[in-house]
Design a protein around this ligand. Sequence first.
Ligand code: DQA
Length: 151
Amino acid sequence: MWVKIRPMQTILVLHGPNLNLLGAREPGIYGATTLEEIDRRLCERGAQRGAAVTPFQSNWEGALIDRIHAARQDGTEGLIINPGGLTHTSVSLRDALAAAALPFIEVHLSNVYAREPFRQVSYLSPIALGVISGLGARGYELALDYLLDKD
Ligand code: DQA
């Protein structure tokens, strides 16, 4: 009997500006879970499923773009990104993701569609594989499961 052995999958998790303050930042909107806890859960979940999860947070647009460029050549197979406020402003972040041509899921802790009108516009969504918004920290785990389950 042949058993198909799948090589380890590598997923990059990107967090944009201000997400380093999770837990303390507007907990009524973004929840009480810290970014460290979110990343820990994702790394553990990935490890259980034989995948390497690499988290990266920056408050700098250029640092996020540089990390996406690096992902083109470091074996990354998929991305989860919460771009924070850059969601609603950054053509450059979208261009970097388009250039990387890797499947990505856009995640928001809050339901951006139930908030201010400026949050209801995303420069990234049209090129995302999918978008999860409003499911809190759980959204990242669902995104990871989806990326790992898809062929
Ligand atoms: C966010 C929503 C954005 O509008 C906001 O600027 C953030 C967080 C979210 O996770 O709900 O920083 O991406």
